[in-house]
Design a protein around this ligand. Structure first.
Ligand code: DOR
Ligand code: ZN
Length: 358
């Protein structure tokens, strides 16, 4: 059976929940889902309940995830509306980066004022990067800040042709920026909304087929650096409520969807692997660990089924889709943590890839 090895898969964009949202998912359940999806490590966003916006909450979250995680991990610190930039010096060494929410989504971290965005950019002098949620015209506003402060900035979940155009030009200008794209924007479009209903609702929203084509073109041209899942589990009840929660799970479907794209001739195998491992390591400046890799059977084709998923939410917007590539083994730091059926690492095995808990 044709097997490939991918060294050090990392998903730098996940919402693992837990704390006051443990009914949606837990640090333990979603780090298990990450391993089943082939990942060595996942980075968790700060729009939790409570939000990760001060030293005390960060310290508490670090301690809790440290006790629970089955795979390695990192945490983002969140820029807040109340301007928490005085905390930055104290917390920067323990996090994978600063997250700034510039367009609305789950949580209460939206920053709409350009002046406040700039205060956060000026205050973040750490060598860790800034990751931004920026859609449409907001991308241009953030690019102005990158031009002025030169702080390495990762643009999360880029989803439209317009955004790709702005970012392509900015890269040509030599700005220190990187671009992430999510599988749901690559494999689903607004045409799927009648079928998916609330299960196809996330931020940024599903776009037109022409936007989807622009994303694939940008992958081929090397404008897109990485594939990130934006794994955002919500319960079925929350998705079926009058005002559905935004977000979809993705940790267990990202790799097989990308392997299917390779099989369909949409991108080379090496590029698909790099976009979920080496490129992520380069951007977050992580040295890959020895004996940390994923073995994938690239011949295995199957349909996505909710019954097989490990994520606590128990559904996927990709259900019924044909995918390729079965994760056969995952190894972390010389330990076999997945045998193709079961997660073998204990709660608490996972380590913070960014500094120490203290
Ligand atoms: O759809 C989304 N859900 N987009 C985000 O940016 C956040 C996420 C969540 O936390 O549910
Ligand atoms: Zn997100």
């Amino acid at each position: 059976m044709p097997q490939i090895k991918i060294h050090g898969m990392i998903d730098p964009h996940t919402h693992l929940r837990d704390l006051d949202w443990s009914h949606k998912a837990t640090f333990a359940s979603e780090t298990k889902a990450a391993i089943a999806g082939g990942y060595w490590a996942v980075f968790d966003m700060p729009n939790t309940a409570p939000s990760t916006i001060d030293d005390a909450r960060l310290t508490d979250k670090l301690a809790r995830i440290d006790r629970a995680a089955h795979c390695d991990w990192g945490l983002y610190f969140g820029a807040s509306q109340t301007d928490n930039s005085a905390e930055y010096e104290r917390i920067a060494s323990r996090v994978c980066g600063l997250k700034i929410y510039n367009n609305s989504t789950t949580g209460d971290l939206l920053i709409e004022s350009s002046a406040l965005r700039e205060r956060h950019y000026r205050a973040w002098t750490s060598n860790r990067l800034i990751a931004v949620h920026a859609e449409g015209e907001t991308v241009a506003n953030i690019l102005d800040l990158v031009r002025k402060y030169r702080q390495p900035t990762h643009f999360l979940h880029i989803s439209s042709e317009f955004e790709i155009k702005l970012l392509t030009e900015a890269k040509q200008d030599g700005l220190p920026i990187t671009v992430g794209v999510c599988p749901h924007h690559l494999f689903l479009s607004e045409d799927d909304l009648p079928t998916l209903g609330p299960y196809g609702m996330m931020k940024p929203e599903l776009k037109r087929k022409s936007d989807q084509r622009a994303l694939w073109r940008a992958i081929r041209l090397g404008v897109v650096d990485i594939i990130e899942s934006d794994h955002a589990p919500h319960t079925k009840a929350e998705k079926e409520a009058d005002e559905p929660a935004f977000g979809v799970p993705g940790l267990e479907t990202t790799l097989p969807l990308m392997m299917q794209a390779v099989k369909d001739g949409r991108l080379p195998l090496q590029k698909a692997c790099d976009m979920v491992s080496r490129n992520v390591q380069r951007i977050w400046r992580i040295t890959p660990l020895p004996k940390t890799y994923t073995v994938v059977d690239t011949d295995h084709t199957y349909l996505v089924e909710r019954e097989k998923l490990v994520t606590m939410c128990g559904w996927s917007p990709f259900e019924g889709m044909r995918v390729t590539g079965k994760v056969v083994e995952v190894w972390i730091r010389g330990h076999k943590v997945y045998d193709g059926e079961r997660v073998l690492s204990e709660s608490g095995f996972g380590r913070n890839l960014f500094g120490f808990v203290a």
